[in-house]
Design a binder for this molecule. Structure first.
Ligand SMILES: [Zn+2]
Length: 494
């Protein structure tokens, strides 16, 4: 081993909506910058998990980080379905080859998400950890970071030693969890931390739109985990809320607790958190109100009349980014000074790009819809191009129409989380009374937690479609909803 501590760093992340028609393919992970290796991988996300991990690891002398060639997020981001077996196997094989070529390693950092669903692989993150374990041997320590939407069970920590999961939704603490992963991994390698864990699944399944941690009871659940971390030394508590739009065997809520060689304490805390969640299960599922799109737009109109603006109307359920139901209703109810951001339409943006669309051009096109039934029908928009630019791997077109309305077309699904970056598109963000966006909870950071919006409305189409809060309308094959609250009456502890 010598004086140096060598750590292999890998990245493989997706939040897979298995109900989408378009699989996440090998090619979706390949674009300028991805896959990444070496310093490019280590520096790809300075404010996120990776940045936190690298920052703390490099505060220690004699630590060598080896960035193993890894795919970054697919260019479809979260707007694509099952990861193909080809994509999973190709990248994992490359990662293992990279480890084999550069080993030995004292430790491995896996920068993950946890809600990847891959065709033919039941638990992709655990499977990756298993193969990494085979490659690095039993003595190396494996630490990972996760998103709280991860679908995990006992399988991951059966292969890996440590996991550190973001607590808040919006996910404010990714950098912090990366820092903790680095520090604890280094302590384990040096013999100062002996990771012992307990895992417990809680039979609660919840749509992500309900999981905002800025208010009780989800805030209380996070607080409970934070209290345990505060009162006990060397304890880490992971609360996976779970991601219900992946039709996988390990959906639902999962609690993990890490301790420093104290299995009794791990068992006590995991039970305490799980019991807490179970006691509050009804409140966890009913704390957020979701309106139909028609109701939501009517409420928005009324809020404008009362000057309770800006109003956010968030269609939380649009998983492709192309859904037009909200746009259609905004036109039908004749809203003014409304920003619709965005409608994803790769064909329309490609056509506009080819035409050399520019500010001042007149605009008359049918936009959005069609990619699947939950995207609805295209909507005809007649107006004027305000801006057309390339950025973040997409083509963006702003179209002014109606009475002060602006529609932003994008190539892929875009989740608007903050109002201010839209100034880069040349928009006067203070001019909008209503913001019609596609987001479940992440928008709260830029519209709600900071007091920007005076009115927040969550909507979904009445059909229901694949992003719905009515999970019993989804065509699950691998999940029996009856085993989960609120769809059945599971015994807990079971
Ligand atoms: Zn998440």
């Amino acid at each position: 081993m010598g004086d140096n501590i060598r750590i292999a760093v890998l990245h493989f992340a997706h939040e897979t909506v298995t109900f989408l028609n378009n699989d996440t393919t090998l090619q979706d992970f390949i674009y300028p910058g991805s896959p990444a290796s070496g310093e490019a991988l280590l520096s790809y996300d300075p404010k996120g998990y990776m940045g936190g991990f690298v920052k703390v690891a490099r505060e220690h002398d004699g630590v060598e980080l080896v960035g193993i060639e890894s795919p970054l997020w697919p260019k479809t981001y979260t707007g694509s379905g099952w990861v193909t077996k080809e994509a999973f196997e190709t990248f994992v094989a490359k990662m293992i080859a990279g480890i084999d070529a550069q080993k030995p390693f004292d430790g491995v950092y896996l920068c993950l998400h946890g809600a990847m669903a891959a065709r033919g692989i039941a638990r992709p993150e655990a499977e990756l950890a298993r193969r990494v374990r085979n490659a690095v041997g039993p003595k190396a320590f494996i630490a990972a970071t996760f998103d709280p939407h991860g679908n995990e069970d006992e399988a991951f920590l059966a292969q890996a030693d440590m996991a550190f999961t973001v607590k808040y939704f919006p996910h404010y603490d990714a950098h912090l969890q990366g820092e903790r992963a680095a520090r604890t991994l280094l302590r384990a390698i040096k013999g100062d931390y002996k990771p012992v864990h307990a895992t417990l699944k809680v039979p609660i399944i919840s749509p992500t739109v309900l999981q905002w941690t800025g208010a009780p009871p989800w805030m209380d659940l996070v607080h409970r985990a934070l209290v345990w971390e505060a009162r006990e030394v060397d304890v880490y508590v992971n609360v996976f809320f779970g991601f219900p739009f992946a039709d996988v065997v390990d959906v639902g809520m999962t609690i993990e607790v890490l301790t420093n060689d104290n299995p009794k304490l791990a068992a006590e805390i995991v039970r305490d958190i799980a019991d807490f969640a179970w006691r509050r299960r009804e409140a966890l599922l009913t704390s957020t109100r979701v309106l139909s799109i028609g109701e939501g737009v009517r409420h928005a109109n009324e809020a404008v009349a009362r000057n309770e603006t800006p109003v956010v109307v968030a269609d939380h359920s649009d998983r492709s980014g192309s859904a037009t139901f909200l746009l259609k209703e905004i036109i039908a109810q004749d809203l003014s000074h409304t920003l619709i951001a965005t409608i994803a339409d790769s064909a329309a943006t490609a056509k506009l790009k080819a035409q050399g669309a520019k500010a001042g051009d007149s605009f008359d096109m049918e936009v959005g819809g069609l990619v699947d039934v939950s995207a609805g029908q295209p909507v005809r928009i007649q107006g004027t191009v305000l801006n057309a630019v390339e950025g973040y791997g997409q083509f963006w077109v702003c179209v002014g129409f109606g009475r002060g309305n602006v529609l932003i077309l994008s190539t892929y699904l875009v989740q608007i989380m903050e109002p201010f970056p839209l100034r880069a598109l040349g928009l006067d963000i203070d001019a909008f009374k209503v913001w019609a966006i596609k987001s479940r909870v992440h928008f709260r950071r830029g519209f709600d937690d900071n007091g920007f919006a005076k009115t927040i409305l969550l909507v979904e189409p009445s059909e229901p479609f694949l992003g719905t809060i009515h999970l019993d309308a989804l065509p699950y094959e691998n999940v029996d909803l009856k085993k989960f609250y609120p769809y059945g009456n599971p015994a807990f502890p079971g």
